[in-house]
Ligand binder design. Structure first.
Ligand code: MLT
Length: 256
């Protein structure tokens, strides 16, 4: 079973982290939401304290979603609202598709339904090869410049904090996540069938996944609320925790 943390009681909420991070990025949201909800924050396969996906099979997002479902079973969680950041959003979408009757609401934070371009796929394969030699440092160096809004003060401790999380992620976990993301299908045609309340949240200064992807996604979802957080980049849960907490709270009030 995946490593996880759990806090609070009430209707269940899953918070799924992005690449290649761990459950701790949701710390501010857990503290806030656990007053009213049972908040479960897994470490996705190969990240944080969780084992990588079995190497015998090609890693993919459905396999990651199956692990999340296994965690729900293990914790006796019948249904949950699922929020995912970036890659965690891809997993939340895969979970919704895998077990729609167990997902009461969906939140996509700095994420997208679109697949990789052919160039992006090739770049993931190249990184997956190079990381074997160079380790997590390579990913930290390529990702950090894109994660935060340019307006984040240079001395903000957030950069060092996220760098530490990336650098302690295992090479197997990084490779599995890269190959899973490269493999993901275009989920856009699936969006109109998602009728549960959905929050689509992005920072207007997101340089990893452009905010327009969130706008496109929200327009295709029948029951979506779009929230654009001013001055936030790809890590709004850290850069603008109060705004994100408020948006999640309003979304959950519409779910439960
Ligand atoms: C993430 O933050 O999870 C990744 O940047 C997503 C991606 O590379 O597509």
């Amino acid at each position: 079973m995946l490593a996880f943390k759990e806090a609070g009681t009430g209707p269940a909420v899953l918070l799924l982290h992005g690449f290649p991070l761990d459950h701790t990025i949701w710390e501010n949201q857990v503290r806030h939401l656990a007053e009213d909800y049972r908040v479960i924050t897994p470490d996705l396969p190969g990240m944080g304290g969780s084992h990588p996906l079995p190497s015998a099979e090609l890693p993919n997002l459905t396999a990651m979603a199956e692990e999340v479902l296994g965690l729900m079973d293990g914790r006796k969680v019948g249904m949950a609202a699922a929020a995912g950041h970036s890659m965690g959003g891809y997993v939340a979408l895969a979970l919704q598709q895998l077990a729609p009757d167990r997902v009461t609401g969906l939140a996509m934070v700095g994420s997208q339904a679109a697949p990789d371009t052919p160039e992006a796929r090739q770049s993931r394969f190249a990184t997956a090869r190079a990381v074997r030699e160079q380790g997590a440092r390579l990913v930290a160096e390529s990702m950090l410049p894109k994660l935060f809004a340019p307006s984040l003060p240079p001395d903000s401790p957030l950069r060092a904090r996220v760098e530490r999380i990336i650098r302690r992620t295992s090479v197997d976990g990084i490779r599995g996540a890269l190959l899973s993301m490269a493999d993901r299908p275009d989920m856009t045609p699936y969006l109109p069938s998602i009728t549960v309340p959905t929050l689509v949240l992005t920072g207007d200064e997101d340089r990893a996944i452009p905010p327009e992807r969130s706008e496109t996604m929200a327009a295709a979802l029948p029951n979506a609320t779009l929230v654009i957080v001013k001055g936030a980049g790809h890590m709004p849960m850290l850069e603008a925790p109060e705004e994100v907490n408020r948006a999640l709270e309003e979304w959950l009030a519409s779910v439960y």
